[in-house]
Write a protein that binds this ligand. Structure first.
Ligand code: PGA
Length: 254
């Protein structure tokens, strides 16, 4: 049984001041939700605001990206050591916007995961197919991404990772969440891949146009261990609604 995990990446939104206002509104309600794990991934510039707002709560914070090296001549980049020093628990890697905008591939993502683990944090790996199609086609893409990013990890290290299944065609303004049957089949396939590598407790979240209407039906599907929310969470009231959904206590897996 795993505790549901619900979180948000704000992407390139919310200044440090706006982040302060978001936490002031959200933290009182979120900190009452003690049967689930929650996290917030602000932009780098607002991580210290998250730390100050969340350090006396059970809500985790983290980052949306990291450099693979621990230090050095990499202008503009941020290392895992720096994120660990800010108290980050999760670090996202492999989001489709980074794969698209920065041409990030599986080898680089695997190296970033290594850095995240070296510094005692949890990588949150995003995987997902680019266009709608059959489960078989999508699973071939996603399995390739899992193998490329996680294939070198042993079962123990896989247990210290989170996967977010995010079909690219379901992300962002104008998109809609994937159909429930597609999500359920994809999560089953991802869990099968993880189990084949000895990982039975790795949580698999769904992301892509999650909102307050579809959050509960998606989160209650078999194999969905939580939600990863983008634009809907920029309004703290909406994120509180999503984080507070009824979830039928934990998902059992064989
Ligand atoms: P969205 O983003 O909820 O705005 O579609 C999801 C994501 O990219 O994780």
């Amino acid at each position: 049984m795993s505790r549901p995990l619900i979180g948000t990446s704000w992407k390139m939104n919310l200044s440090p001041s706006e982040a302060g206002a978001w936490f002031a509104q959200a933290v009182p309600a979120l900190s009452k939700l003690d049967d689930r794990d929650l996290f917030v991934l602000p932009p780098f510039t607002a991580i210290h605001v998250a730390r100050d707002a969340l350090c006396r709560t059970a809500i985790a914070w983290g980052a949306q990206d990291v450099h693979a090296d621990d230090a050095g001549a990499h202008t503009g980049d941020v290392s895992a050591a720096m994120l660990a020093d800010l108290g980050c628990h999760f670090v996202e890697v492999g989001h489709s916007e980074r794969r698209r905008d920065h041409r990030e591939g599986d080898a680089l993502i695997a190296a970033k995961i290594g850095a995240i683990h070296r510094h005692g944090m949890i990588p949150l790996l995003c995987v997902g197919e680019r266009s709608p199609g059959s489960v078989a086609t999508a699973l071939a893409v996603v399995t390739r991404q899992l193998r490329g990013a996680l294939g070198a990890l042993d079962a123990d290290a896989l247990g210290r990772a989170v996967v977010a299944y995010e079909p690219v065609w379901a992300i962002g303004v104008g998109a809609m969440a994937a159909p429930l049957h597609h999500i359920e089949a994809m999560h089953a396939g991802i869990h099968r891949w993880l189990a084949r590598h000895g990982a039975r407790s790795t949580r698999v979240l769904y992301g892509g146009s999650v909102d307050s209407a579809n959050a509960a039906p998606i989160a209650n599907l078999a194999g969905v261990d939580g939600l990863f929310v983008g634009r809907a969470a920029l309004d703290p009231k909406t994120f509180i609604r999503i984080a507070s959904i009824d979830i039928e206590g934990g998902h059992e897996r064989d």
